[in-house]
Design a protein around this ligand. Structure first.
Ligand SMILES: NC(=O)c1ccc[n+]([C@@H]2O[C@H](COP(=O)([O-])OP(=O)(O)OC[C@H]3O[C@@H](n4cnc5c(N)ncnc54)[C@H](O)[C@@H]3O)[C@@H](O)[C@H]2O)c1
Ligand SMILES: O=C(O)[C@H](O)COP(=O)(O)O
Length: 416
């Protein structure tokens, strides 16, 4: 395992004037409204930023909001000593170097369910579209061509849907599919409660061999990278269809194109790609373009007004709670602490290297300054400790400055 990279601060986080918030990728206005109502200075940009642009723009930013396109890696984090938190206004957090964010003392919050239903509904629509070849018929009639055919078109009732990744989205898809009379199989690396009449398969291959439609709902991780390649596609039933609204790294696109061209698969719906444009004005190319019965969408699985408004509020709420009280509940890369603010106390938040003796050093600082600790909560993970400490007397500034001077310090700030 690589040695974690820690920053070496000697001063507390600098917050002069209103907190600076940078929201990228057209994050819903609901987030801007909530953050601005807190008195924060919010800048909202439409597109994603390339890594080098982010390194430039992140300097001085306290809260960064992104969606799935902005990569937040170590070089950007290293240039943002005042960054308090990152809000991923989506489900996936694979675009953030979570370990680096952790060792820089930056919690990353996401919205784990706000667009779940939107993705599930898109997948259900695509199952019907693929089995009725609606994309092709629609294109033909628009072009003045009347091709009334039944061959290759089927009802979904009684067909088998195989769900790979039976988490939030996968289970929703399964419930909706059963309501249309489909049989549901699922494959997951974790043991999951089967909803309705769905059944788990022991292996991925068992699922692929027994499904008329296969839909992917796994996260982007090393275990899912290219998990559907030529070998897996060849195990799928002849004439079956593949749907990928998970991440572009899960499916080998050239292999999928071959399986479609050979007629082994009768159709596919793809929402996510290994490389996606950063803005709506950039061009896009994939080997799948022009193939019959292939639905291509521009990563819109979670793009409904309902989902985006709800994500905006959910992630903005997490960011505000973290700023105001230090609550890290729901952060995907951080020790979890949430403790109510106590009136007339002064709260210090400290992230430090998880080595023995840090709490002793911090408590010595407090005691040397004759301060009284009203409450102290520490939570740790392999690399860092996160300490929330409420002091009785107004000695927060000198305590905070002294803690930031410890060699083990990563990030320290006063909340109230
Ligand atoms: N297209 C879109 O717009 C869109 C929208 C939302 C989410 N997503 C993607 O969908 C993914 C799934 O979302 P979710 O909310 O259902 O996540 P989730 O964490 O609730 O479910 C993921 C499931 O995959 C399983 N899994 C992990 N690795 C696996 C493997 N190697 N083989 C089989 N199963 C495995 C997990 O155990 C879990 O049950 C997200 O990570 C995101 O990348 C895409
Ligand atoms: O992870 C997600 O929630 C989806 O991929 C949606 O990403 P987006 O917010 O960039 O549309």
């Amino acid at each position: 395992m690589s040695t974690p990279k820690f920053p070496s601060p000697s001063t507390p986080v600098s917050i002069e004037g209103p907190l600076k918030v940078l929201l990228l990728e057209n994050i819903h206005a609901s987030a801007e409204e909530m953050l601005a109502a807190e008195g924060f200075a919010v800048e909202r940009l439409k597109g994603a930023l390339k890594p080098e642009e982010l390194e430039e723009r992140i300097q001085g930013v306290h809260l960064l909001g992104i969606r799935s396109k902005t990569n937040v890696w170590e070089p950007a984090l290293a240039k943002a000593p005042n960054l308090l938190a990152v809000g991923a206004f989506c489900i996936g957090t694979n675009q953030v170097d979570l370990k680096s964010a952790n060792t820089h003392g930056v919690p990353v919050f996401n919205a784990p369910f706000s667009n779940t239903r939107s993705v599930a509904e898109l997948v259900i629509a695509e199952i019907v579209m693929l089995t009725r070849q609606l994309g092709d018929r629609n294109r033909e009639v628009h072009a003045g061509q009347w091709r009334k055919v039944a061959t290759g078109s089927h009802e979904v009732r009684g067909k088998t849907l195989g769900i790979v990744g039976y988490g939030h989205i996968g289970t929703q898809v399964g419930v909706l599919a059963e309501s249309m009379g489909m049989r549901v199989l699922f494959y997951d690396v974790m043991t999951k409660l089967p909803l309705g009449n769905s059944r788990p398969t022991a292996t991925l291959h068992e699922l692929l061999e027994n499904s008329d439609f296969v839909t992917l709902h796994v996260p982007a991780t090393p275990s899912t990278e290219w998990m559907i390649g030529a070998a897996e596609l060849s195990r799928m039933r002849k004439g079956s269809c593949l749907i990928n609204a998970s991440r572009g790294t899960v499916v080998d696109i050239p292999a999928l194109a071959k399986a479609l061209q050979s007629g082994h698969l009768s159709g596919a719906a793809v929402d996510v790609y290994p490389t996606e444009p950063e803005t709506n004005s950039d061009g896009f190319a994939t080997e799948l373009q022009g193939l019959s019965n292939v639905i291509l969408t521009p990563h819109i699985g979670g793009s409904t007004e309902e989902a985006q408004a709800s994500i905006g509020k959910e992630v903005a709420t997490s960011l505000i709670k973290f700023v105001r009280s230090g609550a890290t509940t729901g952060a995907v890369n951080f020790p979890q602490v949430e403790t109510p603010l106590i009136p007339k106390t002064h709260r210090i938040l400290n992230v430090h290297r998880n080595t023995p003796g840090v709490l002793r050093d911090i408590n010595k600082i407090v005691s040397d300054l004759n301060a009284n600790i009203h409450a102290q909560v520490l939570s740790t993970d392999a690399n860092i400790g996160y300490l929330v400490m409420d002091l009785d007397q107004d000695v927060a500034n000198p305590v905070c400055n002294a803690i930031a001077g410890l060699t083990t310090d990563i990030k320290t700030r006063i909340v109230s």
